[in-house]
Write a protein that binds this ligand. Structure first.
Ligand SMILES: *Cc1c(COP(=O)(O)O)cnc(C)c1O
Length: 425
């Protein structure tokens, strides 16, 4: 029995399912989740002392690799001056100013403690601002686990094949309308049917919770135009893409403007941080300047802020990081193409910037139904073969792989050798 197996058995006695977030449990791919002990750069080490090349990077935050020294040092120093005040600090202004300077269309920003909170609050704000109730989300997009979003909600939910979720009442989901990703006609139809009733359209500008799905040309621009015409708030959920695809996230990279943007993951440098921001005329409706209520005891927490600030500052001051991330991911993409071609199953690689995923499918993967119809049983075998060879992929075919700046070409070559071995066996 491995240490991870022992720990997993023990964990299940006091933690539901043995984990504090469902996808970690390996339920979709089978087997025992690995319990991690430490990580440095591109490598994670499990409780049995085995080393893994990490393609999850904490689901995105560790874009500079694990235990990035300036972040670790900043946390250490800052914690000596207390871990929380519950009162405003200058650091929060610096963080807000930095975010505003990096992100297009963000005049003001409110810090929260998770991506879930950011999306939940942005939706409330859009509703409060427009005085309308309904909103559109896309099948397979994940916007955190607030009730209203748990309708056709991507990875975690898809992994467990849950359709309706106990505890989410019809009352809270009745105003959630869904359309297939990349289907602008479906959106137009919904908008026509619900004229004057839509507060928001929320979208992952590059979807990352059904594998990586690239927006079709014109899709985001189409949403922008519809929102403009109908007075609907366009919310980009950039929890995954923010500060990852460019200093200004998907908005900058794809050249489409949102009215509100949500952040998480990279923004906290590995600490629990989220944020939502946008145009001043909308953001001013948040309490205490407006009457759309939103609050948080640990929002803007000094340790979380110094970690996030140090991370964002590094990214902002070294734009070459993005170029290198793109090059590495393209190198991986090309290598995967070659290695997977040696197997006998059709595959699709979707990639944009440092987000990439593999679906075992013979047709393009452009939305949730094409992602779900891929050969996910084969993905699970692929996953385990790689894991056995020390390569740590997300434990579900419905997740994006995240590349970190710490990953080297040698690491990628090692990964590609493992991929070749996996598809040949
Ligand atoms: C991870 C994620 C969230 C939720 O963020 P948490 O910090 O896990 O609450 C929301 N939206 C997207 C696009 C995400 O990838």
């Amino acid at each position: 029995m491995t240490k991870s197996q022992e720990l997993f058995a023990r964990a299940q006695k006091t933690i539901p399912g043995g984990v504090n977030s469902p996808v970690r449990a390996f339920k979709s791919v089978g087997g025992t989740p690995l319990f991690m002990e430490r990580a440095k750069g591109a490598y994670m080490y499990d409780a049995d002392g085995r080393r893994y090349i990490d393609y999850i990077n904490s689901w995105g935050p560790m874009i500079l690799g694990h235990a990035y020294e300036p972040v670790v040092k900043a946390i250490q120093e800052k914690s000596l001056g207390s871990t929380s005040f519950g009162a405003p600090t200058e650091l929060e202004i610096e963080m807000a100013e930095l975010i505003v300077s990096m992100a297009p269309n963000v005049d003001m920003v409110r810090m929260v403690s998770s991506g879930t909170e950011a999306c939940m609050s942005a939706l409330r704000l859009a509703r409060g601002f427009t005085g309308r109730n309904k909103f559109i989300k896309f099948e397979g997009c994940y916007h955190g686990h607030a009730d209203a979003f748990l309708v056709k909600a991507g990875s975690g939910v898809a992994t467990f094949n849950i359709q309706t979720i106990p505890g989410v009442t019809a009352g809270v989901s009745v105003d959630t309308l869904t359309a297939p990703y990349n289907d602008i006609d479906a959106v137009e139809k919904l908008v026509a049917e619900n004229a004057g009733q839509l507060a928001a359209i929320i979208v992952e500008p590059v979807a990352g919770n059904m594998g990586c799905i690239i927006p079709a040309p014109g899709f985001l621009e189409g949403l922008r135009a519809i929102c403009e015409k109908e007075g609907i708030v366009l919310i980009f959920d950039e929890v995954m893409t923010g500060f990852r695809l460019a200093p200004g996230g998907a908005q900058q990279r794809l050249g489409v403007n949102a009215d509100l943007v949500t952040y998480g993951k990279v923004i906290g440098g590995g600490m629990p941080v989220g944020a939502f921001g946008g145009k001043r005329e909308i953001m001013q409706h948040i309490s205490p300047s407006g009457n759309v209520y939103q609050a948080g005891t640990l929002s803007g927490n000094p340790i979380a802020m110094i970690a996030g600030y140090t991370m964002l500052r590094t990214l902002n001051d070294n734009p070459v990081i993005y170029k290198e991330l793109d090059e590495k991911t393209e190198y991986l993409h090309k290598g995967l193409d070659k290695a997977l071609s040696k197997g006998n199953l059709p595959f699709v690689i979707n990639q944009l910037g440092s987000m990439i995923s593999v679906h075992f499918s013979d047709k393009p993967v452009i939305d949730f139904s094409s992602a779900a119809s891929a050969n996910n049983t084969y993905f699970n075998r692929f996953f385990h073969s790689l894991l056995d060879q020390g390569i740590y992929l997300p434990p579900s075919a419905f997740e994006t792989w995240f590349i970190s700046a710490a990953l080297t070409k040698e690491d990628i070559d090692e990964t590609l050798r493992a991929v070749e071995k996996a598809v040949l066996s």
